[in-house]
Write a protein that binds this ligand. Structure first.
Ligand SMILES: [Zn+2]
Length: 327
C-alpha cells in the first residue's frame, strides 16, 4: 500500500510518427525507443508507451521491445487524428465527427492489441484533445485509464479523478481514471490557450532544472490543498533523435514546424530527461505506469481491493476484439 503523501510520477511516451502529425516518418520510434529504454532501465523507472494503431501495426517489434522491458503498452489513437475536442486548430487535421469516435478508437485498440497480444487498458489522446465522447467510447472498450486531461488548459483537476459521463472534465462515475498532465499553474500565461504553462517541451528548451523547479511548486500547491501529488508527463521517442530544423518535404509539399517543437532534440533531450529522472528520484518520487496507478488509486479512494485484472497483463478476451467479431 502506497502512503497518501507519496509523490507519484507517470511518464507517458507517445509512440507516433516523427514530430507528431507533421511527418510520416518513424525515426524516433526506431532509434529513439532503444535509447529511452536504456535510460529508464538505468534509472529504474517504469513508464507507459502509448502507440498509435498505425505505429503498432508497422512496428510490432517495437511494441514487443517495450513490453519485454516490463513497461506498459497503451493506445494513442489510430493515426494521431483529433479524437476529442479541438482546443486550437492544427494545420491539415480536422476533428473526427462525434459519431466516428467509437469506431476509430475500436480500430486503434484492435491494432495495438494485435501487436501486443493482450488487452490495452490505458489511452492518451493526441495533443491532449480529449472529450466526453472519447471517454465514453474508452469505457465501452474496457479501458481503465486515460491520460489526456490538459491541466494547462482546464486548470481544474489537480489530481487523478473519475470523470462524468456527461462532462469529461468534471468528476463523476466513469470507471476510467483520468490522469491530468502536469502544468505549471503558478505562472501568468502569455498564450491565448495557456500552452506556456504546459510542461512539454520545457525540459529540453529550458532545461531540467527549470522543469524541476516547476515540479517543486506544483508539489507545494497540492500539499497546501491536502491533495495527493501525481505528476504525469508526455514525451515522444522522436525527441531523442536529432530532428530537422528546416522545412521537411514529402508527398506534395513541405512543412515547417515551429522552432520550439524540434529545438534540442537528440542527445541534449536525453541528457535533460536523465537529469529530470535523477532529480525526481532525489525527491523520493515513485514511478509507476498508468494502469498500476489506477489499481493503487482505487484502493486509496474507493476502498477497493487491488484489481490485478485491470493491468495490461490481463489475459481475458479484449472487449475491442469481441466488438470486432460481432461485425
Ligand atoms: Zn501524440
Amino acid at each position: 500500500m502506497i502512503p497518501d503523501n507519496q509523490v507519484m510520477a507517470i511518464f507517458g511516451f507517445d509512440m507516433e510518427t516523427d514530430i507528431g502529425s507533421w511527418t510520416p516518418f518513424y525515426e524516433g520510434l526506431e532509434r529513439g525507443t532503444p535509447r529511452l529504454l536504456e535510460l529508464l532501465a538505468e534509472q529504474e523507472a517504469s513508464a507507459t508507451f502509448y502507440f498509435t494503431g498505425h505505429a503498432a501495426e508497422t512496428h510490432p517489434d517495437v511494441v514487443t521491445m517495450v513490453d519485454a522491458a516490463s513497461h506498459e503498452v497503451g493506445c494513442h489513437s489510430l493515426y494521431h487524428e483529433t479524437v476529442g475536442d479541438e482546443l486550437f486548430p492544427i494545420p491539415g487535421i480536422a476533428p473526427l465527427l462525434v459519431e466516428e469516435v467509437p469506431l476509430r478508437l475500436q480500430r486503434a485498440t484492435e491494432a495495438v492489441t494485435a501487436a501486443l497480444g493482450r488487452c490495452v487498458v490505458s489511452f492518451r489522446a493526441p495533443r491532449l484533445f480529449g472529450s466526453t465522447a472519447m471517454i465514453n467510447a474508452l469505457e465501452s472498450l474496457g479501458y481503465t485509464t486515460d491520460a489526456s486531461y490538459p491541466l494547462y488548459y482546464y486548470r481544474e483537476r489537480l489530481t487523478p479523478y473519475h470523470p462524468s459521463r456527461t462532462d469529461w472534465t468534471a468528476e463523476g462515475d466513469s470507471p476510467i481514471l483520468e490522469i491530468p498532465n502536469f502544468a505549471d499553474l503558478s505562472m501568468q500565461s502569455a498564450d491565448p490557450f495557456g500552452r506556456d504553462r504546459d510542461q512539454w517541451p520545457k525540459y529540453r528548451t529550458e532545461g531540467a532544472e527549470s522543469l524541476l523547479a516547476a515540479i517543486d511548486r506544483f508539489i507545494a500547491l497540492t500539499c497546501n490543498r491536502a491533495l495527493p501529488a501525481v505528476l504525469c508527463f508526455y514525451l515522444h521517442p522522436w525527441e531523442f533523435v536529432e530532428m530537422p530544423s528546416g522545412p521537411i518535404h514529402y508527398g506534395e509539399g513541405s512543412v515547417l514546424p515551429d522552432p520550439f517543437i524540434v529545438a534540442g532534440c537528440g542527445e541534449h533531450a536525453l541528457h535533460q530527461l536523465e537529469a529530470v529522472l535523477r532529480g525526481l528520484r532525489e525527491r523520493g518520487v515513485l514511478y509507476c505506469t498508468a494502469s498500476s496507478l489506477a489499481a493503487q488509486w482505487n484502493v486509496r479512494t474507493r476502498g477497493l481491493a487491488v484489481d490485478t485484472q485491470s493491468s495490461s497483463r490481463d489475459d481475458r478476451p479484449c472487449r475491442a476484439k469481441a466488438a470486432g467479431e460481432v461485425e
